[in-house]
Design a protein around this ligand. Structure first.
Ligand SMILES: [Zn+2]
Length: 454
């Protein structure tokens, strides 16, 4: 039996997306995440490539959270021979199931257009779900004999860090780390006494802008658009960003800070995700729990409508007077938001409010950059609506807080692996960890295998 303990970095090394790490210990092989490569350096085809290991040789797969760059290739892994157990928190399991169903539609569509096999089918996704077991935060997990525990990462609902105990030493994989304190979610849990940490570094070289202005800016956007009788259109990601917006608008409406105007959540996926959020109220932070205990339904307020059906979505256009529409996708790369943008971008009374990162090359980025003519469904659209950006909705820790996160383990750490970031961000963070905490920090490259000294 191989008595080595090692980590191999198959994805999420030198890049933000495609998270995929192999932990080996006493012959047991555990994958942490199996995500899609996406974003700026979009590598569409490489998602279709064979895995660099035999999926059938993997005993256990652990999913840190339900974002596509962490779970998006799991059904392919199953199709290619993985037949072990998948563990995540119950919320991540439920969210993943919805995300797969949604992805299958898009993948099959793409495959038809490009005349090839889809990355995976509904059958592969269903098989993946049949292998999937939920483990609560802080419960004693067992990955083929290796003890593990999920800790709250505070990034999206159900997001977890996984803490393994190998020869009595803590080896921690952070997944993505939340920008705590955050609306809705609890803070990222403290990790101390770790021997190895593999961490994300998306914003390793940056500090976020002040978050306190965020809510005020949202309120101003609502008030200003309503004042001129326009439509406030907010492209939003389905998980977390949408629920935070609903929660904040809920409070503004119920506290009388803004007038009651029609609000539409026009995204079938985001509606399903919001239902899952409702099932896990125990995962909210204390402020939100108190509001719920006092009788508030945080995702329901006067004049809010969910519009899952196409006819309902089309009817939004005929709703007179000022209104708010929240729709996907978050970067305007597809989804119903495009139909609304086609109409409301041409209306000088309306406003497009961008609340998330807009990748280079996306329609959202073109609009954010101030282009006055954009193309939607082959039509040229004159942008007459006001465009505003709100930063501060980031769901990731910034550089300063990533260092703070590592600090409680500074004395015990053998090494920190700085991953899930662009090289510039990862290298900067590694240097900071070394300079500020005296920690040995390494930026691994794709394919590197590092033996752990335990
Ligand atoms: Zn994430």
């Amino acid at each position: 039996m191989d008595s080595d303990s090692a980590i191999t970095f198959y994805g999420g090394a030198g890049t933000v997306t495609g998270s995929n790490f192999l932990l080996e210990h006493n012959g047991t092989r555990i994958l942490i995440d199996c995500g899609l490569t996406q974003g700026e350096q979009y590598c569409h085809k490489c998602n279709y490539d064979d895995f660099e290991y035999d999926p059938a040789s993997i005993d256990v797969l652990i999913a840190t959270h339900a974002h596509a760059d962490h779970i998006g290739r799991i059904p392919k892994l199953v199709r290619d021979g993985f037949n072990g157990v998948i563990y995540s928190t119950p919320a991540t399991r439920d969210l993943s199931s919805i995300m797969f169903d949604d992805a299958v539609r898009i993948l099959e569509d793409e495959a038809r257009k490009e005349n090839r096999e889809p990355l995976y089918t509904l059958l592969d996704a269903r098989k993946a779900m049949s292998l999937w077991k939920g483990v609560e935060y802080h419960a004693k997990g067992d990955a083929s004999g290796i003890p593990f525990t999920f800790l709250d990462a505070g990034h999206i609902l159900g997001s977890a860090m996984v803490e393994f105990l190998l020869n009595g030493k803590k080896v921690v994989f952070t997944g993505d780390l939340g920008n705590s304190p955050a609306p809705l979610l609890k803070d990222t849990e403290r990790v101390d006494g770790a021997t190895y940490i593999l961490m994300e570094s998306v914003y390793g070289d940056r500090n976020h802008e002040d978050r306190s202005a965020r809510r005020e800016k949202l309120k101003e956007a609502i008030v200003d658009t309503e004042g001129r009788g326009g439509t406030l259109l907010i492209p939003a990601f389905s998980i977390q960003r949408t629920q935070v917006l609903l929660y904040e608008i809920n409070n503004m409406v119920e506290d009388g800070e803004v007038n009651e105007i029609p609000v539409f959540l026009d995204s079938p996926l985001a509606i399903k995700v919001t239902d899952i959020y409702r099932n896990y109220e125990s995962l909210y932070n204390e402020t939100v729990k108190k509001e719920i205990a006092a009788g508030d339904d945080i995702f329901d307020f006067a004049k809010l409508s969910f519009t899952p059906r196409v006819e309902e979505s089309k009817a939004i256009l005929t709703t007179p007077g000022p209104k708010i529409i929240i729709a996907g996708s978050g970067m305007s790369t597809g989804g119903r938001v495009l139909h609304h943008e086609k109409v409301y971008l041409q209306d000088s009374k309306s406003m497009l409010l961008l609340v998330g990162y807009q990748a280079v090359g996306t329609l959202g980025r073109h609009i954010a950059d101030g282009l006055k003519h954009v193309t939607i469904f082959n039509d040229t659209i004159n942008v007459r609506a006001e465009v505003r950006l709100i930063r501060g909705y980031s769901a990731h820790k910034d550089g300063e807080h990533l260092v703070e996160f590592v600090e409680p383990s500074a004395e015990t750490l053998r090494k920190v692996f700085v991953a899930m970031g662009e090289p510039k961000a990862s290298n900067f963070l590694a240097q900071r960890l070394h300079d500020f905490l005296g920690v040995d920090a390494l930026v691994p490259k794709k394919g590197d295998r590092v033996v752990l000294e335990l």
